[in-house]
Structure formats: structure tokens, C-alpha cells
Design a protein around this ligand. Structure first.
Ligand code: URA
Length: 234
């Protein structure tokens, strides 16, 4: 953004008044006095000051998809591992909040934003966006056990400690230890608890997609901004 525009956006000054302030040598960019209003400033990274006071303009909200690797926590106050926001190279990354956490050992699609209202919509159970999980089981399940689990999951199951059944979900076996589970809700440790219901244990868990949003083109640890269309889809 042009410096004179930046100044008038960040203050109540008109562009003409901003020019006067510039000519009076009152503006510094990264500690250097700048008098030329046509100079370009990077609104996220340059430090613009007026008579020693920092100026800033609202840069708008950020909507991000991260391919979460294992070994990162989704809590604001991580205890044992680094926080996922460390992986995202944007200014003020500590303002980002997570929609639908993943466990430390889970990999996959994670949505973050600093737009509180939007996050509320994303996590609202009203939206029922399907989330696809790929999982590996500790113990092989034979065909009968698989058919039983598929049926139970489709009807909803009562997890330990819950008062409501899980919403109808789709479980699809790839082989006797690998399955794909599509959920439209996000209860605490839901996938692991659902498999524990069938006496099994999840050894690997990956969230492949959230609604139409997939990890295509991203490597573990990479992130990208969501498109306007993806943001509007919630
Ligand atoms: N369900 C789980 O059990 N863990 C996750 O990380 C996500 C869903």
C-alpha cells in the first residue's frame, strides 16, 4: 500500500494532510524518515511510526487451512508439545484460533482463523459439515465385526459418559485394520472413543477433509489461506 494512503487509513487525516505530515519528517518506516508518500509499505511487516507512535491499519481477518503434523498441540496453553500456530508464518499468529481440534498424535486438516464470529459458525453443530477421518486399528476386525460396526455407527452409538447418541455416521472398511469414518459432529476424542466402543484402539488417525476442503497440494506442516468461496461455504 502507498505510504500516504496507509497514513490516512491509519489516522483521521486526509491524503493532503498526510502529505504535510510526511513533508514535516514526522513519519518513519522501519526507523527511517520517509517523506515520499508514494513509497510502498508492507502493511503486515513494515513498522510505520508518526512522531514515534506506531500506526497500523486493519489487515482483515485470516482464514487458514493447516496440514497438521503429529507432535503439535491444538490448545492455547500447550503443555508438552509446541502449539500448531507456530507452523503458520503470518503476523500475529497468536491471534489465530482453531476450529475443531485434533489430538497431538492426529494429522490432517485443521482450520484456523482470527474471525471469532466465523469460527463460531464453523464449529456450530448446525452446519454438520462432513469430516472424513482415515484410521488404522490395532486389532484386525473380521467381516462380521466390520458389518456390525458399520451398522451401529450408521444408527448412532452411545459413547461412555455421553447422554446422547452419536449422529448417524458412515464407516467404510478398506481392509481389516484400515477404515474411513465420516462424521458430521466433533465430540471429544470422538473417533478414538467410537472405536473403543467396539473394543478396538486407533493407532493412527488422519483428518483428510472438512466439507469440500481437502489437503490437496499441501505437505505436512504446510498451510494456505482458504479461498473466498471456501470461507463463504460455512
Ligand atoms: N477424534 C479423535 O479421537 N481424535 C482427533 O484428533 C479427532 C477426532
Amino acid at each position: 500500500m502507498r505510504l500516504d494512503k496507509f497514513i490516512s487509513k491509519a489516522t483521521e487525516l486526509s491524503r493532503k494532510e498526510a502529505k504535510k505530515v510526511l513533508h514535516a519528517s514526522e513519519i518513519t518506516v522501519n526507523d527511517e524518515v520517509i517523506k515520499d508518500g508514494s513509497v510502498h509499505v508492507d502493511v503486515d511487516n513494515d513498522e510505520v511510526m508518526w512522531a514515534g507512535e506506531p500506526l497500523s491499519v486493519a489487515t482483515g481477518n485470516r482464514y487458514i487451512l493447516l496440514y497438521k503434523p503429529e507432535g503439535f498441540e491444538c490448545t492455547l496453553k500447550p503443555k508438552d508439545y509446541p502449539i500448531v500456530t507456530e507452523l503458520i508464518a503470518v503476523p500475529e499468529q497468536n491471534r489465530l484460533r482453531i476450529a475443531g481440534r485434533l489430538d497431538v498424535d492426529t494429522t490432517g486438516a485443521l482450520i484456523l482463523s482470527d474471525d471469532g464470529k466465523w469460527l463460531h459458525r464453523v464449529t456450530s453443530p448446525k452446519h454438520h459439515k462432513p469430516k472424513v477421518y482415515e484410521l488404522t486399528l490395532a486389532d484386525p476386525m473380521n467381516e462380521d465385526a466390520q458389518a456390525h460396526a458399520v451398522k451401529q455407527v450408521a444408527n448412532g452409538i452411545m459413547l461412555e459418559g455421553d447422554t446422547e447418541k452419536t449422529r448417524p455416521a458412515e464407516l467404510e472398511f478398506i481392509d481389516d485394520t484400515h477404515a474411513r469414518l465420516t462424521l458430521t459432529e466433533g465430540k471429544y476424542h470422538q473417533v478414538k472413543r467410537m472405536m473403543a466402543y467396539f473394543g478396538n484402539k486407533v493407532t493412527e488417525l488422519h483428518r483428510a477433509s472438512i466439507g469440500d476442503i481437502t489437503l490437496e497440494g499441501l505437505e505436512k506442516g504446510d498451510s494456505r489461506f482458504l479461498t473466498d468461496e471456501e470461507v463463504a461455504g460455512f
